[in-house]
Design a protein around this ligand. Structure first.
Ligand code: ATP
Ligand code: MG
Length: 264
């Protein structure tokens, strides 16, 4: 339930509505306190990017859709922020690419795992891995609680979709030979730079686009999908995103900064 009344013409309306979802997630025990701060880092990049989906992100979404369709055993790894923002879309994506959903938390508590799994079940998820004893396998070289994974999920996955992931974790998944798809508004983060495919966009905008793209591409042949993945160059995409930031900042730096407020 939305507690805040935001006027329809408020310039930060969308951003404030998203923020409210994160706060609600915190109140429901889905989001960790640290998750609120992580969201703030994302918001800052989104502000700089003009809060819209840019062309390179669309290219990454297309490659991600193809990679997920080609996967033999795809897993969607979720944390509190992801589930607070896009629970419906996570369930739908899992369904259309036949992926497992696994809870994987930086600040793991049984209560939060259960709260996340319950929320996903409310949205129709049939199975949620990584809760309690199910997270019994460990991935090498990681020391936080995140090293615990499900032997029926991330451990045996070939493609892992990790929206809002942490750099250490992405690196560990890569070392295990997984193909990693990330969503991260920060093109400089280690996650962004370690993943195979990085969607530099707000997860709230990226998920519906990704679902749409999967529905479009699922009619294509395996060879066509392979071509999309082979032609994709994450390094180039990340550099294009940085250029977009540079150009935006340059334009702002060349325009008048002060906003004059007329006296009423
Ligand atoms: P890394 O560990 O990869 O170097 P980091 O430590 O800066 O990155 P974390 O705190 O691990 O970042 O994770 C938060 C990341 O999630 C930030 O990079 C932030 O930009 C991103 N993020 C937060 N909210 C969103 C969102 N709604 N959509 C997309 N990305 C987001
Ligand atoms: Mg980090």
């Amino acid at each position: 339930m939305l507690k805040l009344k935001i006027p329809p013409n408020h310039p930060r309306r969308e951003s404030l509505l998203i923020r409210e979802k994160i706060v609600e997630g915190y109140e429901k025990g889905v989001v960790a306190l640290q998750g609120l701060i992580a969201h703030g880092r994302g918001e800052a990049f989104d502000y700089i990017l003009g809060e819209k989906t840019h062309e390179p992100a669309l290219d990454a979404i297309r490659a991600a859709a193809a990679q997920l369709l080609l996967a033999k055993y795809p897993v969607i790894s979720v944390n509190g922020n992801t589930v607070a923002l896009v629970p419906k879309e996570i369930v739908e994506l899992a369904e259309i690419v036949n992926a497992k959903i696994e809870v994987n938390l930086f600040y793991r508590t049984r209560e939060r795992e259960e709260a996340i799994a319950n929320l996903l079940r409310e949205y129709g998820a049939k199975e949620v891995l990584g809760v309690g004893e199910d997270a019994s396998a460990t991935i090498p070289e990681l020391f936080s609680e995140r090293r615990r994974v499900s032997p029926r999920g991330i451990l045996i996955a070939d493609v892992v979709f990790v929206p809002l992931e942490d750099g250490d974790r992405t690196e560990a998944l890569k070392k295990m030979g997984k193909k990693v798809i990330a969503v991260d508004l920060n093109p400089f983060s280690r996650t962004a730079r370690t993943a195979d495919i990085t969607i530099v966009d707000n997860i709230v905008r990226a998920m519906p686009l990704l679902i749409q793209e999967v529905k479009k591409l699922r009619k294509k042949s395996v060879n066509e999908l392979k071509e999309i993945v082979n032609d994709y160059d994450n390094d180039k995409i990340l550099r294009s995103m940085v250029k977009i930031i540079l150009e935006r900042l340059k334009r702002i730096s060349e325009s008048k900064m002060i906003i004059e407020i007329p006296k009423s």
